[in-house]
Design a binder for this molecule. Structure first.
Ligand code: GLA
Length: 376
């Protein structure tokens, strides 16, 4: 793109992906989650270009595109909608954004369940907030980014990813109540264990429509249970007793979805307690337990993720594993003893290649800080 010839960015922003220890699909059910940002980020370099409405975006490794702030509409090119959706949401809050040039570079594997979407949305919103002095709070950035995902990308996501991308603190996980948005940073030390991600390389393209279906199934469960229990508004309010009493009025699928969410919310609190006691065996056991629910009750796993979790179970130096993120592929999260990391990686790569003929990608992550300015 032409602007690249004279590009001298005023601002560089790093916006991270995230992992979630536990609490999957609980966010849009107004429950609890336990995510943290990781060191893999998307980097945005930005400059004002002096024009009123002309913006030029160049994504390194992808194409670029230009847009007019007066004519923002959904694009047929999927990734452009992250940019357009954010601009559309910001335009509802302020008219201070003017023409800008931007390059985007990612070291976050896309479509791998590490929330590259939220990193895109939040990084751009954060950058524009600084560049044009918009005065948006961090929580406004989180919420407008989530709305951008709903309206322009089409995934009716919860708030976890955007929240984790912006609000994380190095060395901590975030215990977030997705109903009140109250949160607590909880320091974690898993020494001598490491967090090893195994990327199935199964990209969750199907995920958006299936994701929205899961959300509807949960809502269906709430409607059924609300008849006898008018105090219920979301699955957050549903106890096991209420669910069992309504079991006969719902399909097995809806029952299973609700059942998973009730257990998963409990697992979040159990894992927080385990982290506080430094009981890493319990942390690991909860990961394995959660994966069973992800596979059998919520049905958002895939053979590749299941294979890698079973593979981890055969290794006594791995405390626990599960698929992380929205599902249908992406990464498994593994808690692996530091002395075993190399061997675990190598043996997993070999076994995975043999089973699926796919080159596994393994990498370590650490709880990291949220979206930040790295250069002014
Ligand atoms: C995706 C969504 C999140 C959350 C997870 C599942 O990452 O963006 O809001 O629902 O799936 O926990």
């Amino acid at each position: 793109m032409q602007f690249l010839e004279n590009f001298s960015p005023e601002l560089t922003i790093a916006s991270p992906g995230r992992i979630n220890f536990i609490g999957e699909h609980t966010d849009y059910n107004m429950g609890y989650v336990l995510p943290t940002a990781i060191g893999n980020t998307i980097t945005f370099k930005l400059q004002k270009n002096g024009s009123e409405t002309q913006c030029n975006i160049h994504s390194i490794g992808y194409d670029g595109f230009s847009l007019d702030l007066k004519n923002i509409a959904i694009s047929k090119t999927e990734w452009e909608n992250y940019v357009l959706g954010v601009l559309n949401e910001i335009s509802k809050l302020t008219d201070k954004v003017k023409g800008f040039d931007c390059t985007i570079e990612s070291n976050l594997p896309l479509g791998s369940g590490l929330s590259s979407s939220a990193a895109m949305e939040c990084g751009l919103a954060y950058g524009l907030n600084k560049l044009f002095d918009l005065g948006l709070s961090k929580i406004t950035i989180v919420e407008l980014s989530q709305r951008a995902e709903h309206s322009y990308v089409g995934t009716q996501c919860g708030i976890m990813d955007q929240f984790a991308s912006v609000m994380s603190k190095q060395g901590n996980v975030i215990l977030l109540d997705c109903q009140s948005l109250q949160y607590q940073h909880i320091p974690i030390d898993i020494n001598p264990y490491k967090i090893i991600m195994l990327n199935t390389k199964v990209s969750h393209n199907l995920a958006s429509s299936e994701y929205n279906t899961r959300r509807k199934e949960c809502e269906e469960g709430v409607v059924i249970m609300k008849k006898e229990n008018p105090q219920i508004n979301t699955l957050r309010d549903v106890t096991r007793k209420i669910l069992e009493a309504s079991k006969n009025q719902m399909s097995t699928t809806v029952y299973n979805r609700c059942s998973f969410i009730i257990d998963e919310n409990k697992r979040v609190h159990k894992m927080v307690a385990a982290f506080k006691k430094n009981d890493l065996k319990e942390v690991g056991a909860l990961l394995y337990e959660a994966h069973e629910g992800i596979r059998d009750l919520y049905e958002v796993s895939c053979p590749q993720s299941d294979f890698l979790v079973e593979f981890a179970k055969d290794n006594a130096m791995v405390l626990g594993a599960r698929q992380t993120g929205g599902g249908f592929g992406g990464c498994t999260l593994n808690i692996v003893h530091e002395t075993e990391v190399d061997n675990f990686r190598k043996t997993a790569e070999i076994a995975y290649k043999k089973e699926f003929d796919i080159d596994l990608e393994a990498f370590e992550v650490q709880p990291s800080g949220g979206t930040m300015v790295i250069q002014n």
